[in-house]
Design a protein around this ligand. Structure first.
Ligand code: AMP
Ligand code: ZN
Ligand code: FE
Ligand code: FE
Length: 273
């Protein structure tokens, strides 16, 4: 088997449950050759200490991010790879997303409270009253489980927090085009994340016409059979291919680190590392 490179991994910088350092340890234990953290709307997981630890463990760590974008009212996830994580425009873009997240999370908690399911909102800020970065819907879902309002995270999403459900608050601020441009400005390559999950053919058709550099062909628990369709599209467009598990740790226990991956050649092609 080829050495595996998992390019879609979440950490505690967003809604994963393992810290970047813990994820690196797990990746080394699992025998991966390298990985990319694709945290939601942040690159905070990429610190000097984290890069140094990856090196020590013999892991290649490629800079990545997963942005939430909007297209005609629908949410689209876009992966940015090989970005300059210190780029000022990128950091400002991430900051705007974090502000959006805070307002959106607050509004969702208030909606839940009105429905008699108070999860509080004090935990959205730190001791100094500053919004904590990287909070997402899975954190709200977890609070709902802890307080006994739902039996598990999945039902929190199906009943209340999922797109369009009664406690959902729409909050997209940047279009797909704006997000692709920003990734390019930060020196990176823009990939459509998990096209497998897009159930709207028209939406998919439209975004496939945009200025992307690649497509996430291998994803989560989907097998090679499913990848074929996406590999063909990538080839037709002369796009790069990527792949990863979308590992989130304990909040998504069915997804293992390294369950979807790309080869060393593909990793090197994307990151030049
Ligand atoms: P957010 O970025 O805060 O809007 O949250 C989106 C994240 O919630 C996704 O990336 C998943 O990790 C998680 N998520 C979305 N839908 C579901 C679902 N139906 N069940 C479990 N987790 C979900
Ligand atoms: Zn997530
Ligand atoms: Fe995603
Ligand atoms: Fe993801």
């Amino acid at each position: 088997m080829d050495t595996r490179y998992d390019l879609h991994v979440h950490t505690t910088s967003s809604d994963g449950t393992k810290t970047p350092l813990e994820v690196l340890e797990l990746a080394a234990e699992a025998g991966l050759g390298g990985l990319s953290f694709a945290d939601h709307d942040t690159v905070a997981g990429y610190t000097d200490v984290v890069f140094a630890h990856a090196k020590k463990l013999g892991l290649k760590l490629g800079p990545g991010v997963e942005f939430s974008a909007k297209h005609k009212g629908h949410s689209v996830h876009i992966l940015g790879y090989a970005i300059d994580i210190k780029n000022a425009h990128l950091l400002e873009f991430c900051q705007k997303h974090q502000k959006r997240r805070y307002k959106r999370n607050l509004a969702m908690c208030h909606k839940l409270a009105k429905m008699g399911m108070s999860v509080g909102d004090g935990w959205l800020v730190d001791e100094a009253g500053m919004p904590i970065q990287g909070i997402g819907r899975p954190h709200i879902a977890k609070k709902m489980v802890t307080r006994g309002f739902v039996k598990d995270i999945k039902s929190a999403f199906t009943k209340y927090l999922g797109d369009g459900k009664c406690a959902f608050v729409e909050s997209g601020i940047f279009s797909v085009e704006e997000t692709i441009d920003l990734i390019h400005i930060a020196g990176g390559k823009a990939f459509i994340a998990h096209p497998q999950l897009c159930k709207r053919n028209r939406l998919l058709k439209e975004i496939l016409k945009l200025n992307f550099d690649g497509l996430e062909c291998y994803y989560g628990g989907f097998g090679n059979f499913d990848a074929k369709r996406w590999l063909e599209i990538a080839e037709e467009k002369n796009w790069m291919i990527s792949g990863g598990s979308d590992y989130h740790g304990d909040i998504k226990p069915e997804t293992c680190l390294g369950s979807s991956y790309v080869t060393k050649e593909i990793f090197e092609n994307i990151f030049g590392l």
